[in-house]
Design a protein around this ligand. Structure first.
Ligand code: 5CU
Length: 362
């Protein structure tokens, strides 16, 4: 049985070069109090001057851009195949006239990286979301022809107005038509006010543990409420972090719709697919949730045949020096083992599902 990591990121060297030229988020730079350590600053507001130096982004080393390090990490953690994706914030920040060419370059670079590791690496492509819709749609069609691409990674901002924006319909249509899986991944989190005046004391914990999953939950709920899956019944989406909190909150979402007077009178409450139906038909969930409690909710919501192992490498490395095995990875392995008592379904989640869904045996 192969072990497949479907949630594993890379910043290809050309993207790193781009970040090094920038002076506003996202960028890579050193700070006066630690001139020897480059920091990767990507999350909104994480370079605020009041932020302690240990919270200003994260140290960036070759594990973020050197594919040899990815392969070494895979070997270390017994991962046979990885489906790599550009990490956040993708190309969201580029001016419209630069995004199309940048996407083509990054996608070609990533496809070439995969070709050098035939059989071990596949990828999700990146879309030039700030460009004109025609440019986005042609990149979707071009990606379909790249040998190692198996779908696209997408943030939650869409064309700028979120994923319930009707202007995205040509994008959904092209992705459905070409049968490409969307890997929906957070980046923007929640407005920083919700974390309160003491947020700095907790480093990245609140934005990453809660902001990311809630962002995904809200984004996918907006897709559901605006009828994306009623219009595009074959559109498939893989949700990062086991669906944020969607498996846990799906019942509440359905109940709120049922009791919403505005949606009832607008005629949008009825004649729509339920959250449960979409969860079991169009949604896949990664198993990057670090505990069997969250994993069991994901299984209940979507089914063990729709759950896929991931690591989030190169994020969440061990902070201790000289530790070879990553706690974050082992936590996900342990959760799968405990949730399924190591029965056949564990093997499906660890790799068989990914091979089947993403055609990794072709
Ligand atoms: O640690 C982080 O900031 C992140 C991030 O930005 N993206 C991600 O996928 N995981 C962790």
């Amino acid at each position: 049985m192969p072990i497949v990591d479907i949630h594993t990121h890379i910043y290809p060297p050309s993207y790193v070069d781009l970040l090094r030229t920038r002076k506003i988020v996202p960028y890579i730079r050193t700070f006066a109090d630690a001139p020897d350590s480059s920091r990767l600053i990507i999350l909104p507001g994480e370079d605020d001057p009041s932020t302690p130096s240990t919270s200003r982004g994260r140290p960036i080393g070759p594990e973020y851009y050197d594919i040899a390090q990815k392969i070494a990490f895979m070997d270390q953690h017994k991962i046979d195949k990885s489906v790599i994706s550009l990490a956040n914030p993708w190309l969201d920040f580029l001016p419209a006239d630069e995004a199309g060419e940048a996407a083509r370059k990054i996608n070609d670079d990533v496809n070439e990286i995969c070709a050098k590791w035939e059989g071990r690496l596949y990828a999700f492509g990146t879309l030039p979301l700030s460009a004109k819709t025609d440019t986005i749609v042609s990149e979707i069609h071009r990606l379909k022809g790249l040998k190692y691409m198996r779908g696209v990674i997408l943030g939650t901002s869409g064309l700028g107005a979120g994923l319930d924006d009707p202007a995205l319909d040509p994008v959904w249509s092209a992705l459905q038509e070409t049968g490409q899986l969307i890997f929906l991944h957070p980046h923007y989190g929640l407005p920083k006010e919700v974390y309160g005046p003491r947020a700095n004391e907790y480093g990245h914990v609140l934005p990453l543990a809660l902001g990311f999953p809630l962002e995904t939950t809200i984004a996918v709920s907006r897709m559901l409420l605006s009828g994306v899956w009623d219009r595009f019944t074959k559109l498939n989406v893989l949700l990062a972090h086991s669906g944020g909190t969607l498996p846990f909150l799906a019942g509440r979402l359905e109940s709120c719709v049922l009791h919403d007077g505005h949606m009832k009178s607008a005629g949008t409450r009825d004649n729509r697919r339920s959250v449960w139906d979409v969860l079991k038909t169009n949604i896949y969930l990664d198993a990057v949730v670090y505990s069997e409690v969250g994993l069991k909710a994901a299984v209940e919501a979507s089914g063990a045949d729709r759950l896929l192992f991931g690591t989030d490498h190169p994020f969440f490395p061990p902070l201790e020096e000289d530790v070879e095995e990553w706690h974050s990875v082992n936590a996900n392995y342990t959760a799968i083992s405990k949730a399924f008592n190591d029965d056949e379904r564990a093997k499906d989640v660890l790799g068989n599902n990914a091979v089947r869904i993403l055609r990794l045996d072709e």
